[in-house]
Design a protein around this ligand. Structure first.
Ligand SMILES: [Fe+2]
Ligand SMILES: [Fe+2]
Length: 477
């Protein structure tokens, strides 16, 4: 980039970038590093492809409908904040009722920076995790969808970097560089949160990730969208519009795999997983094991059930609850209690703690309600095929590494287990090497003929932007 660049064109934005010299200088320095990261860690071998992508060019609804073929390195990563609300007040905590902050309050500088960096770190992490999947896509439609998710996660990184550059001075610029230096799964310099260092080795894992883990992103963004720091709130509100598509990709992706398996089982009147595998589709118990894994590592992302940090973020008005403004209570949580659950006397039992300290648990419970509804929709495919099998969410204490349950082995049904019982059982509850190898074996190459879909997944009901299913969603050139 040079000083003569037309910012509105090159970086679509509604933050008056063309007139903000300080921000321009920071971004001019960062942007080539970002492109270096994209070439190294973005989707493999995709540089020259024309991809039918949606680009946000404004925050108006019609600014969203811009679909065209784009080479991904030329994608216009823009900076957008939802429009300001006049006279918006802080809705919770000790600052409740005061005008929101348009600059960072000095006393909250460090926790705000931490919240922004932690959110920002997840965005490039998922791109890194998904880097190789384009090489084994089940269709052009799915290939285009993963690329759409990848460029938007890139834009989410830009969104957080904008906040760091614009509001946090030199520390912000250093944090923005560090966001490009950490690497998912790297032993020396890993991403900040555990689930973002797990591999995403295949498309079943990708759809599970976008269903479960991107949805954690949605809940975190929704809580930050309540923030008293108005630029953060407005940035997150705009990001949520993109996040919805990622979860659509995840839910329909798993749903189409379940549907295909159920249809094949019904057609051939078989239920034995080995026989199901012989027909080149993923058996339902393997799908359940993937679900158990992705669900449990995602629950860890919400943090410890009881957290003084979460309480401080809330009390100070930095991070609210899910749909805070719509909740009917005092928004201060002076007296309220909340049941976080714990292990007592060898059983899972309820445990009431001050609600203010249990905000992570509460956000996680809101999340669990939403994922349960998605699992119910997957089960309808199995039900329609006339099969008795049902996918279930394991108990929230199952396979946890963070919080009260981390010190215990809990079965999917919620029973406290001995080490031996866990050893024996976990082989049936979590994906094995054999499961991963089988799923890999189905995805050894990519399906690129327009309108064709791999055998292990059903076609979607409709195409993207009302295009037909046999549309050329990606041109390889
Ligand atoms: Fe994101
Ligand atoms: Fe996402």
């Amino acid at each position: 980039m040079t000083g003569s660049v037309n910012y509105g064109d090159r970086i679509p934005n509604n933050v008056d970038l063309g007139r903000d010299r300080v921000l321009q200088r920071a971004l001019e320095h960062w942007q080539p590093q970002y492109m270096g990261w994209w070439y190294d860690m973005g989707p493999a071998e995709s540089r020259g492809y024309d991809v039918y992508l949606r680009t946000a060019i404004s925050v108006e609804p019609e600014g969203w409908a811009v679909f065209d073929y784009v080479k991904m390195p030329d994608y216009r990563w823009g900076i957008f904040l939802a429009p300001p609300e006049a006279d918006r007040a802080i809705n919770f905590g000790v600052n409740k009722g005061r005008q929101v902050w348009s600059e960072v309050p000095g006393e909250y500088r460090s926790p705000l920076r931490r919240l922004i960096v932690t959110q920002g770190d997840t965005e490039p992490a998922s791109v890194e995790q998904q880097r190789m999947l384009g090489m084994s896509c089940p269709s052009l439609y799915d290939l285009r969808n993963i690329y759409q998710v990848n460029v938007e996660e890139g834009r989410h990184l830009w969104a957080m970097v904008y906040l760091l550059h614009r509001y946090f001075g030199r520390d912000g610029r250093e944090e923005a560089e560090a966001l490009l230096e950490r690497r998912s799964g790297d032993e020396d310099n890993p991403r900040i949160l555990g689930a973002f260092n797990e591999p995403t080795p295949d498309w079943l894992a990708f759809y599970m990730f976008t269903f479960f883990t991107d949805r954690d992103g949605k809940f975190q963004l929704a809580s930050l969208a309540e923030s008293g720091f108005d630029p953060l709130a407005r940035t997150c509100r705009f990001m949520l519009t993109e996040e919805a598509h990622h979860m659509f990709v995840g839910e329909t992706g798993v749903g189409r795999i379940v549907q295909r398996t159920a249809d094949v089982m019904a057609e051939h009147k078989i239920e034995n997983p080995d026989q199901v595998r012989d027909l080149g589709v993923i058996d339902l118990p393997t799908i359940q094991r993937y679900l158990n894994f992705h669900y449990s590592v995602t629950l860890d992302l919400f943090g410890s059930e009881v957290s003084s940090n979460a309480a401080t973020f809330f009390t100070n008005g930095l991070k609210g609850r899910y749909h805070e403004t719509a909740i009917q209570d005092d928004h201060v949580l002076a007296e309220a209690m909340y049941d976080v659950g714990d292990v007592a006397g060898g059983n899972v039992a309820s445990k009431d703690v001050p609600a203010l300290s249990a905000l992570n648990a509460r956000l996680r419970d809101d999340y669990i309600g939403e994922v349960q509804a998605g699992v119910d929709r997957w089960n309808r495919h199995i039900e329609h095929a006339g099969l008795p099998y049902r996918l279930t969410l394991p108990h929230k204490g199952f396979h946890r590494a963070i919080g009260y349950f981390a010190d215990h082995h809990i079965s999917p049904e919620g029973r406290v287990l001995t080490d031996d019982e866990w050893e024996r059982g976990s082989r049936a509850w979590l994906p094995s090497e054999r499961d991963y190898a089988f799923v890999q074996s189905l995805m050894s190459g990519r399906v690129v003929e327009p309108g064709k879909f791999a055998n292990w997944i059903a076609p979607p009901r409709t195409g993207i932007n009302r295009q037909p299913l046999d549309f050329q969603y990606v041109r390889f050139n």
